[in-house]
Design a protein around this ligand. Structure first.
Ligand code: GMT
Length: 374
């Protein structure tokens, strides 16, 4: 099949999933056309059957445009690429504005090409941004107009029905997946050098937005740090980074917290970690948690959103209510002190991640593409 993919190309789970999906589909013989305003960050180097079409945003210098109409430029590009490359499917990730531009592109094609539009909902497009008054109606409309809609968890599917009604749509849950060749546990004896010898290594990766509660990450770590020598790796960047740095100084743990900034490939850092913290306000899925588990790292997370679908409390991680830093910290310390329990959780985490292997999940998308084309 010839498949166009539009996503946010910079850092973020939806862009990561969309790009990995494109690469997996290309490996399976499909022709993939990324239509985005920059090369997707997980698209590294040449891959057979993968093409990138850049949405030109430079024309925004026209003086009339205080705000460049990016959405129109994207819809035009999707239409142009679909027509020229004879696409069968246009699969857009994150509803706003991608489901709307895809709808426009398909309508512009009319009878010239029977393009089918698939929208994958990822998280804040439904739980936050899509519910703002200025986006609500157009988001619901665009979802309903898609030929098929998927959500990355049952929680997000149910939340879409609850918030939007969406009476005309049948939303299918297709969970996120992980590339187990890249995200795999460390072989015995692998040494990282990322922390002083004898330190437990704790990791967090995110876009440091409010929803991630990065100050809670520091507070949980501070409890671990009081109990044992440990280092926290803060991977990523975003608006709440300063707050997190301040919290680390105020709690007296700054010397053992390493803010590493944005890193494209985090697998080696995860492999070197003993525990992963994700105390978010909400997560539709928590791709970062899945990638940590695939590397054999148990996860301490909030019992919120779709996280309980990915992390099983007491089996491959720890779940506590949002904001319960005391309980999260205490249970993290207990786990790290017990070598046998930690090893068991580590194995369970790897086992759990296998359920989300690319070769389990990607065929679900292929099946959906076949269905909408039939
Ligand atoms: O919603 C966001 O904060 C960003 C979004 C994204 O586009 O990166 O993340 C969402 O999609 C990821 C991939 O499906 C999920 O793993 C994240 O849980 C989800 N984030 C939230 O729901 C907060």
């Amino acid at each position: 099949m010839k498949i166009g993919i539009t996503c946010y190309p910079t850092y973020g789970g939806s862009g990561a999933v969309a790009t990995e999906l494109g690469l997996e589909l290309a490996k399976r013989g499909h022709e993939i056309h990324f239509i985005t305003y920059a090369a997707p960050f997980r698209l590294r180097g040449y891959a057979e059957r993968v093409y990138f079409h850049e949405v030109d945003t430079r024309t925004g210098r026209y003086p009339l445009f205080d705000h460049f109409p990016y959405t129109l430029a994207l819809a035009s590009k999707q239409h142009e690429v679909a027509l020229r490359e004879r696409l069968d499917i246009l699969h857009v990730h994150y509803a706003i504005p991608h489901a709307t531009t895809a709808y426009l592109a398909r309508e512009m094609l009319g009878r010239e090409l029977p393009l089918k539009v698939i929208t994958t909902l990822h998280g804040t497009d439904i739980t936050l941004v899509g519910q703002e008054a200025s986006f609500f109606t157009i988001t619901r409309f665009s979802i309903e107009q898609s030929d098929a809609v998927t959500a990355v968890s049952d929680y997000l599917r149910d939340e879409t029905f609850r918030a939007f009604g969406c009476v005309q749509c049948d939303i299918k849950t297709i969970p996120n997946f992980v590339n187990l060749d890249e995200y795999r546990p460390a072989p015995d004896g692998e040494c990282s050098g990322i922390a002083p010898a004898g330190h437990k290594v704790i990791a967090h990766t995110s876009n440091f937005r409010e929803v991630k509660r990065v100050k809670d990450v520091i507070r949980i770590f501070s409890r671990i740090h009081h109990a044992m020598p440990s280092t926290l790796l803060m991977i990523g960047d975003g608006p709440d980074r300063d707050d997190a740095e301040r919290e680390a100084r105020e709690l007296g743990v700054a010397d053992d917290v390493r803010f590493l900034g944005r890193i494209d490939s985090v697998a080696s850092l995860l492999r070197a970690s003993d525990l992963f913290l994700l105390p978010s306000q909400s997560e539709s899925f928590g791709l970062a948690a899945l990638e940590a588990m695939a590397c054999g790292v148990p996860v301490v997370a909030s019992r919120a959103g779709g996280l309980p679908e990915v992390v099983s409390d007491g089996v491959n991680g720890i779940l506590e209510p949002v904001g319960s830093v005391e309980a999260m910290g205490r249970r993290a310390v207990d786990l790290l002190r017990s070598e046998s329990r930690h090893a068991a959780m580590r194995d369970a985490a790897v086992e759990n991640a296998r359920r989300y292997a690319a070769d389990q999940i990607v065929p679900m998308y292929e099946q959906l593409y076949e269905q909408v084309r039939a």
